[in-house]
Design a protein around this ligand. Structure first.
Ligand code: NAD
Ligand code: ZN
Ligand code: ZN
Length: 389
């Protein structure tokens, strides 16, 4: 089959690789019909996450048709149309039973490396390095889905792929980021990053009762998309983010701040310059300018919710500022499985059309050019989907 593989820093290619096979009785094989490139794929593309090897198949946002199921699979049958969550969870361990699916204890067969970094290994992810399990990703014609009774959501055949594909990751991720803010009716929420995750955080914050949402970025097309959802926009190239948020909130600061940027923040100022230098020298991967700013801007006893991905030790981290203000933190890989059904209902009710974030539709063969475009944010690129049929 054809698959998109990592070939080295800033280089991916389409290769012919062996078709996936059922390995365990709880596996299914999915024929991929649509798949997308995520901001998290950019961290891999740039070679910033350890234990990714040349030839690894990328992709964790995908959906398709069930082609084959292992003997123990009860919930899926051939021909079902399914969306697959990006984290792999067993459904039976302590964490899965408590609905903390991204903390699954069983799905990652390589826990030793993440344990060094985090103390305990978290769940495996599709197409996301060997320390996250070494599972092949879904930017491919076919993919093996482990624990097939636990993750995949069956969706109606007549619903367009583009409406439901993002249930695999970015819609639940934006939603959980907003949910973690414990939004009270009328609250103000500031969202750093108007990329795909930020777009869903903005829309989810409104769905959960926010009165005002501020979207912070520097790309006009992304800010325009945020504005369409009702957000008030702040282009940080044109104005000081802290000053504007103070002004808009009567000197109090937003009730909640969401960092939907993560470890590759762009920025000006001493902290951003130091982060850039360290990232270039490969001594510290995380560039945390947006997170530091969110901590400074949030109101006292407010919440900083972090869906943006970080992987290492952050230097010059203003933890004392957070402590003295009594900031609540919430973060982590999304417990995607919890959100599939409720968010499908919101799509079916017409509360949201997730396809509005798509700017480019490509074939799998065009995906390498798509990575470059998405990384450079060129051609007004907000979100790329590859259709395979
Ligand atoms: N927690 C999870 O489970 C999960 C799931 C999906 C994605 N993510 C992470 O969410 C983050 C965003 O993903 P995405 O797909 O939207 O990526 P993206 O790269 O398209 O968007 C990031 C946006 O942040 C903006 N930005 C950069 N520096 C900024 C700054 N200082 N202030 C404000 N905005 C700034 C960029 O201009 C860009 O528009 C990534 O770190 C990704 O890895 C996490
Ligand atoms: Zn993702
Ligand atoms: Zn589990």
């Amino acid at each position: 089959m054809k698959a998109l593989t990592w070939q080295g820093r800033d280089k991916v290619g389409i290769e012919n690789v062996p078709d996936p096979k059922i390995i365990n009785r709880s596996d299914a094989i999915i024929k991929v019909t649509s798949t997308a490139i995520c901001g998290s794929d950019l961290h891999l593309y740039g070679g910033r996450v350890p234990s990714l090897l040349k030839g690894d198949i990328l992709g964790h946002e995908f959906m398709g048709e069930v082609m084959e199921v292992g003997r123990d699979v009860k919930n899926l049958k051939l021909g079902d149309k399914v969306v697959v969550p990006f984290n792999i969870a067993c459904g039976k361990c302590y964490f899965c039973e408590k609905k903390m699916f991204s903390a699954c204890d069983n799905s990652n067969p390589n826990p030793a490396i993440p344990m060094l970094g985090t103390g305990q290994a978290t769940s495996a992810l599709f197409g996301y390095t060997h320390m996250c399990g070494g599972y092949a990703g879904g930017q491919a014609e076919y993919v093996r889905v482990p624990y097939a009774d636990v993750g995949p959501l069956i969706v109606p055949n007549d619903i367009d792929d583009e409406k439901v594909l993002f249930l695999s990751d970015i819609f639940p991720t934006g939603f959980m980021a907003a949910e973690n803010c414990n939004i009270q009716p009328g609250d103000s929420v500031a969202v750093w990053g108007a990329g795909p995750v930020g777009q869903f955080a903005i829309r989810s914050a409104f769905m959960l009762g926010a009165g005002r949402v501020f979207a912070i970025d520097r790309f006009p097309e992304r800010l325009a998309l945020a504005e369409e959802a009702g957000a008030e926009t702040i282009n940080y190239e044109d104005e000081d983010v802290y000053e504007r948020l103070q002004y808009e909130t009567g000197g109090q600061g937003p009730d909640s701040c969401i960092d939907a940027v993560g470890m590759e923040a762009h920025g000006h100022g001493i902290d951003a310059l130091m982060d850039d230098a360290k990232a270039m020298l490969r001594v510290q991967p995380d560039r945390a300018h947006a997170l530091r700013q969110a901590i400074r801007c949030v109101r006292k006893a407010g919440t900083v919710s972090v869906p943006g991905v970080y992987i290492g030790m952050i230097d010059k981290f203003n933890f004392g500022m957070a402590f003295n203000k009594g900031v609540n933190f919430a973060m982590g890989q999304t417990h995607t499985h919890n959100y599939l059904k409720p968010l499908l209902e919101r799509i079916q009710n017409g509360e949201i059309d997730p396809s509005v974030v798509i700017s480019h539709r490509l074939t799998l063969d065009e995906a390498p050019a798509g990575y470059k475009m998405f990384q450079e944010k060129s051609h007004d690129c907000t979100k790329i989907v590859m259709h395979l049929n």
